[in-house]
Ligand binder design. Structure first.
Ligand code: PLP
Length: 393
């Protein structure tokens, strides 16, 4: 871990974003905060604590291990695991009161080998339907009919019935409408089977914010909580990114015209230039796909030059700078800003790909001005000092 490179996470922004999202939805709709992948790279426990304060009803994670980590840290909200777990781990779900995603009859049959029928030990399930994303889920009526007797058992609670959209953030709505129509048909299969289902849900961030009519009983909010949403489609909704990334110059030198720099001589100075070295590299999640991006030094944009190394990168400075000068890789300095959208466009990805790529080696430094009391000592500000103490212990 380099103390000169850190991410700053604004817990206030996460809370404000959630409150705005909550306000935009009918009050009966339950809010499931999606905190998979370490809270999209922001820190799972800190995000969960803010989500609880902002009134989240449910949590969702991708994997069993992520859910167990929350339970081990005394998180008591209901948790849905979005990816099917190994059937042999079903007892862990019972012991830690975790809700599981079911996407096939085969999973249920296999699971039965590890959970004898016992009405006293109820397993809570969310049935996943594939309406067009093509990832996981029940697709056909035949598959559904094979599933029904297996979920009708006395020790199964069907807490949810859900699907996930492929194009909810796109301007063209045609495929979203097709998926919605398929889901409506599938909900009719469920009604016809007279099963008792607690929640029907289909909307992630983009669908929930753009089309509140798709909120149904519950929305699954990930991206928007962290300030990632299709801004061009929702110009009036001002959600704020919570994550910024910073470092400092650890070395400054002059490169003479014609001198090479970087692995494979990937850069050649066109004139006499000032070059800074920044202690972040691909092992921190700043991958070589970030080559030819810019960062901020002294309130100005400066190009990253040469190949990004494992632990360091080089930047062409506007002029001589002191060692220790602050560098911003994501976020603002003065009136300049490097946005997630800009970086995502550069790598041909999405904002959450950038935030989830930042590895554990980069300390997360939490700012939390307005809800210190609520957040309490356990979740209070962590500054670099406390992180440093932890690192050297
Ligand atoms: C990740 C995920 C979400 C959250 O989506 P966002 O667009 O980040 O809000 C919702 N549902 C499922 C099934 C997911 O995998």
């Amino acid at each position: 871990m380099s103390l000169n490179t850190w991410a700053e996470v604004s817990l206030n922004h996460i809370r404000e974003n959630l409150l705005k999202i909550r306000q935009s939805l009918p009050s009966s709709v339950k809010l499931m905060a999606v905190v998979k992948a370490n809270g999209y790279g922001h820190g799972d426990l800190e995000t969960v604590r803010m989500a609880e304060i902002a009134g989240a009803d449910y949590l969702a994670v991708a994997h069993l291990e992520e859910a167990l980590r929350l339970r081990a840290n005394d998180i008591t909200l209901p948790i849905l695991i979005l990816t099917p777990i190994n059937p042999e781990d079903v007892q862990l779900a019972l012991v830690y009161d975790l809700m599981l995603t079911v996407a096939s009859a085969a999973w249920l049959k296999e699971m039965r080998k590890y959970k004898p029928l016992s009405p006293a030990k109820k397993l809570k399930l969310h049935i996943k339907m594939d309406t067009g994303l093509g990832r996981i889920g029940v697709k056909t009526k035949e598959e559904w009919e094979e599933l029904v007797p297996l979920i009708r058992e006395a020790d199964i609670v069907i807490d949810g019935f859900y699907t996930h959209f492929a194009t909810a953030g796109n301007a063209d709505r045609a495929f979203l409408e097709l998926q919605t129509k398929r889901f409506t048909e599938m909900m009719n299969w469920s009604y016809a089977s007279c099963l008792s289902v607690n929640h029907y849900h289909c909307a992630g961030s983009a669908a929930a914010l753009r089309f509140p009519s798709l909120a149904m009983d519950m929305v699954r909010i990930g991206a928007a909580m962290y300030g990632f949403y299709p801004q061009q489609l929702l110009p009036s909704l001002k959600l704020k990114p919570a994550f910024s990334l910073h470092s400092r110059l650890i070395h400054v030198k002059k490169l003479n015209k014609g001198e090479w720099l970087g692995y494979d001589n990937s850069y050649c100075a066109e004139a006499d230039e000032w070059i800074g070295t920044v202690p972040i590299g691909y092992a921190d999640g700043w991958s070589q796909r970030m080559q030819n991006t810019e960062l901020l030094v002294g309130g100005k944009r400066a190009p990253v030059i040469g190949k990004i190394c494992m632990d360091q990168l080089m930047v062409r400075l506007p002029g001589p700078c002191e060692i220790g000068t602050a560098v911003t890789l994501i976020g603002s300095q003065g009136s300049e800003e490097i946005t997630f959208d800009e970086l995502a466009a550069h790598i041909g990805g999405v904002a959450q790909e950038v935030s989830t790529s930042i590895t554990e080696r980069v300390a997360r430094n939490y700012t939390n001005d307005t809800c210190k009391e609520e957040a309490g000592a356990k979740w209070g500000n962590r500054n670099v000092q406390s992180i440093y103490k932890k690192a050297v212990m």
